[in-house]
Design a protein around this ligand. Structure first.
Ligand code: ACO
Length: 333
C-alpha cells in the first residue's frame, strides 16, 4: 500500500495480577506433577486475577497508564484505543470504552478487537493502517486476556496452560521513510473442527429463562500444537516475501507464548538460534492477546534484548487466526 506516514513505537507497559498459581498448586487440584507440566509446556507458574480486587479493566488500565507515561503522550492526545481481547469483563460496554473513561482520553475512538491469541498482532496491524493513511497520529493498543474465568479448573489438559495479563504499546505517526514496521501479514480460517473454542453459553439468559450448563475453554491440544508449528514459519515467510529482508536479518523472534515446545520446535524449523527466541512462558503461562507485549517488556527489563534491534512478532490462536509483524524496535527503557 501507499504509505503517507510511518509508525514509531514510543511506549510499552504491562500488568499482571498479584496472585501466583504454581504447578505445585495444581497438583492439589488434580492428578498431575510440576515436572509433567514443565516438560510438556515450559510453564512453572501463572498469574490469576482475584475477583473483586483485579479485573481486565484494572489490568488494562495499569498497562495503558505505564505505556502512556513512557511515551509522553497525554491521554487527551490519543486518537484511537484498541483493546484486543477474547475475554472481556462485559459483553458491553467494550473494554476499550471503559479504558477510555479511566484514562480521560476524551478525543479518542475506542473499540475492542477479538482475535484470541493473535489479538495483539491483529490490533497493531489495524492501528498501523490508520497511521499509514494519515487518519490518526497517536494510538494505544492493548492486549488483554483473563482466561482464568473460563477455565475448568478440574480439566488438567487445558487449565495447566493459561494465565491472565495485559500489555500495551503506544504507536505514533512519523515520516514514512522511518517506519518501524518492516512488514506484516495476517490470516484467518474457520476452525471447522472446533479445535479451540470458548462459547458464552455459560450465562443465564433472563429473557428466555434458560440456563445452559457451564462451558469452558475446550481445546484439541494435538491439533493446536500442529497448527502452531505449521503456521509460524509460513506466516514469517509470507511477511518477509514482499520485502528484501531474510529471517537471518532479525535479532529476535517473539512468538505468541502458547507453549514452549511449540516455540522451540518452530524456532528449530526456522533455524532461529535459541538465544534469539524470547520467552517468558515459564513465569506467566499462556496469556493469549497479552503474551507478546508481556514477553517483550520482560526481555527489555531483564536486558535479554539489545536495542535497537529487528524483531518478529508472531501471533496465532482461536478463530483460527494468525499473523506476523516485523519490527525495527528502537524503544529503550
Ligand atoms: N498431568 C498429567 N498427565 C496429563 C495431564 C496433566 N496435566 N494432561 C494430560 N495428561 C495425560 C493424558 O490423560 C494422557 O494420559 P493417557 O496416556 O493415560 O491417556 C497423557 O497425559 C498424554 O495426553 P496427551 O493429551 O496426549 O498429552 P500431550 O503430550 O499431547 O500434551 C498438551 C498435552 C500439553 C496440551 C499438548 O497437547 C500441547 O502442548 N498442545 C498444544 C496446545 C497449546 O499449546 N495450546 C495453547 C493454547 S491455544 C493458543 O494459544 C493458540
Amino acid at each position: 500500500m501507499q504509505k503517507n506516514y510511518g509508525i514509531k513505537f514510543i511506549g510499552i507497559g504491562t500488568a499482571l495480577p498479584s496472585k501466583v498459581v504454581k504447578n505445585t498448586d495444581l497438583e492439589k487440584l488434580y492428578d498431575t506433577t510440576d515436572e509433567w507440566i514443565y516438560q510438556r509446556t515450559g510453564i512453572r507458574e501463572r498469574r490469576v486475577v482475584e475477583e473483586g480486587k483485579e479485573s481486565g479493566f484494572s489490568l488494562s488500565t495499569q498497562a495503558a497508564k505505564k505505556a502512556l507515561s513512557m511515551s509522553g503522550v497525554s491521554p487527551a492526545d490519543l486518537d484511537l484505543i484498541i483493546v484486543a481481547t477474547a475475554t472481556p469483563d462485559n459483553l458491553y460496554p467494550s473494554m476499550s470504552c471503559l479504558l477510555q473513561g479511566a484514562l480521560g482520553a476524551n478525543s479518542a475512538i475506542a473499540y475492542d478487537l477479538s482475535a484470541a491469541c493473535s489479538g495483539f498482532v491483529y490490533a497493531v496491524i489495524t492501528a498501523a493502517q490508520f497511521i499509514y493513511c494519515g487518519t490518526y497520529k497517536n494510538i494505544l493498543v492493548v492486549g488483554l486476556d483473563i482466561h482464568s474465568r473460563f477455565m475448568d479448573w478440574s480439566d488438567r489438559s487445558v487449565s495447566i496452560l493459561f494465565g491472565d495479563g495485559a500489555g500495551a504499546v503506544v504507536l505514533q505517526s512519523t515520516l514514512a521513510a522511518s517506519d518501524e514496521i518492516l512488514g506484516y501479514s495476517m490470516q484467518s480460517q474457520a476452525d471447522s473442527k472446533s479445535d479451540l473454542v470458548l462459547t458464552n453459553h455459560n450465562i443465564f439468559y433472563p429473557a428466555r429463562n434458560v440456563k445452559i450448563s457451564p462451558n469452558f475453554t475446550k481445546m484439541n491440544g494435538k491439533a493446536i500444537f500442529e497448527f502452531g508449528l505449521k503456521i509460524i514459519p509460513e506466516t514469517i515467510n509470507k511477511t518477509l516475501a514482499p520485502t528484501s529482508l531474510k529471517i537471518s536479518d532479525f535479532d529476535y523472534l517473539i512468538p505468541h507464548q502458547a507453549n514452549k515446545r511449540i516455540i522451540d520446535s518452530a524456532a528449530k524449523k526456522l533455524g532461529f538460534p535459541n538465544e534469539k527466541v524470547i520467552s517468558n512462558i515459564e513465569k506467566v503461562g499462556n496469556t493469549s492477546a497479552a503474551s507478546i507485549p508481556l514477553a517483550l517488556k520482560d526481555a527489555m527489563d531483564t536486558k535479554k534484548i539489545k536495542v535497537p534491534c529487528k524483531m518478529l512478532w508472531v501471533g496465532f490462536g482461536a478463530g483460527l487466526t494468525w499473523g506476523t509483524v516485523a519490527v525495527n524496535w528502537n524503544l529503550k527503557l
